[in-house]
Design a protein around this ligand. Structure first.
Ligand code: GLP
Length: 243
């Protein structure tokens, strides 16, 4: 039986508030916390909520150290659709440091390995927040990723490239490769918060939580971690067995 905590809230706005609560609590407990923060549609509203709290003086992230958990390769820091651009657009509050892999790195593999080393040297994640891809990926650890998969360059799955076609402008414009922290870097986090909303995530959320852990669904490796919380809206939780 997995020790994971499953919190189900009615809708996406509530999920954003609860996610902001959890992230702000971690930073209140440890102002220089090392955070992994994901990109994607899922966390955008939570980031807006954190920014609002900071503006009102209810939170302070100025000592928090943020690491991106993945980035596209073979692009630039200003290519629309990259995570570099995402953080500029959506993480609109001051943090102590924001580390994002360089999509223009000449040797992407060497670069992401050094990036993961820097994360380890800074103490590793106090809290790693994750979204989940519809194929079960976490960060860019695509299906086939083992529990000890290290930071690496990956060939992006067709589903992952399709999910980003709109932000890059077209499917052809989406890079074929990504750089990702490994499943091992994520599982080394002291706490993990996974966010998912919407009916489109229901099938994969159920597989990740209820099926035996396997490389087929990388998010299922989270079952092997001692401090994971899933924060789901009712639609994303709709296929879970009653608990
Ligand atoms: C992206 C990112 C993941 C993210 C996931 C879900 O490709 N690499 O870190 O969590 O896909 O994205 P969304 O929140 O848009 O569904």
């Amino acid at each position: 039986m997995s020790p994971m905590q499953i919190d189900v809230v009615p809708d996406e706005p509530t999920l954003a508030v609860r996610a902001a609560d959890a992230i702000c609590t971690a930073v209140l407990a440890k102002p220089d916390a090392v955070l992994g923060l994901p990109t994607g549609n899922t966390p955008i509203r939570a980031y807006r909520e954190i920014a609002r709290r900071i503006e009102r003086g209810q939170a302070d992230f100025r000592r928090a150290i943020v690491y991106a958990i993945d980035e596209f390769a073979d692009a630039t820091r200003t290519t629309p659709g990259t995570n570099s651009v995402f953080y500029r657009e959506h993480l609109r509050f001051p943090v102590g440091a924001l580390h994002i892999p360089n999509p223009a790195a000449r040797d992407a593999n060497e670069h992401i390995v050094a990036f993961a080393d820097a994360l380890r040297r800074s103490g590793g994640f106090d809290l790693c927040v994750l979204g989940i891809g519809r194929n079960g990926h976490i960060a860019f650890n695509e299906p086939g990723s083992a529990a000890d998969a290290p930071a690496c360059v990956v060939d992006l799955a067709p589903a992952s490239r399709e999910a980003h076609a709109a932000t890059f402008g077209s499917l052809d414009a989406v890079p074929a490769r990504g750089m990702t922290l490994g499943v091992d870097d994520i599982l080394a986090a002291r706490a993990i918060l996974v966010l998912a909303h919407g009916a489109r995530k229901a099938t994969i959320v159920r597989a990740a939580i209820e099926d035996a852990p396997s490389a087929e669904v990388p998010a299922s490796w989270l079952q092997t971690h001692a401090a994971v919380t899933w924060l789901l809206d009712e639609a994303a939780a709709s296929q879970l067995a009653p608990r």
